[in-house]
Design a protein around this ligand. Sequence first.
Ligand code: SF4
Length: 329
Amino acid sequence: MADKTVRSVCPYCGVGCGIVMQVEGNRVVKVVGDKSHPTNFGRLCTKGTTCGQAIAESGRMENAYLRQARDRDPVRVAMDQAISETARRLRDILDTHGPDALAFYVSGQMSLEAQYLINKLAKGFVRTNNIESNSRLCMASAGSGYKLSLGSDGPPGSYEDFDKADLFFVIGANMADCHPILFLRMMDRVKAGAKLIVVDPRRSATADKAGLFLQIRPGTDLALLNGLLHLLVKNGHTDPDFIASFTEGWEAMPAFLEDYPPAKVAELTGLPEADIRQAAKWIGEAAEWMSCWTMGLNQAPTAPGTPMPCATCTWPPGRFAARAAGRFP
Ligand code: SF4
């Protein structure tokens, strides 16, 4: 029997599944899904189920070491002493050079609790903005795209949208392997009749489940998105009232989109024209649709010769079309 249980969040892929850690003798002995968590309702993938091992049997350094001088070997010291010495040195730098002389480099793979504490230390106590992590590469382009197009860097969608969508447009994301619990949530809906379009240069495990798989030529995703918006406009599948009320700069779009007729987009992307038209038709006719992407878009380079983004904003125009069509709250 566990001494106690601790509720937390899986530290791995970013889906944010709730976990319940069973603790015995101050060691995590088992991790199960949190049935009351609105992300996963008790489900966990293999990574989440085994995340306790990284804490209990990680092979990581378990003791503190201190180097009395740079050219001396580190020696083991008590944890209290290491913490006091670290604090003393940080305080010294802070008092002598000010808060911006300190910078913290952390990791998206830290536990939620550790992330909270290090941000509190950096921003709340030291009062520096210099805190950085590997998460920056993942989300910087998406964050600035949100900011430029929506004025806020928070994604507009919600996991609850998954349970209401009639069509999923997944681009640059292999959800089955990388975000398994969200993938299962999406597949529950697909099994109930929702359609799935997957855009990926690779035939991935996610692509295997698609009703329409667009195996795009690498680097041509923007041409496809512009081409889909071209067809949505031509097919009358945008929402003019929504566009008038909630968007700016739309007047530049029709002329811009004239450069992306289906035949040209087919040539650029290597996709059959019929498939591009089919995707636009499904999107246009779906009552509720949702687009999902990850690093296949976020970390794509814009190389010379690559079709450029939508002229109105840096957001993928397909997503812009979704907003324009009033599909997102
Ligand atoms: S999908 Fe898996 S790895 Fe990602 S948060 Fe959930 S349990 Fe963790």
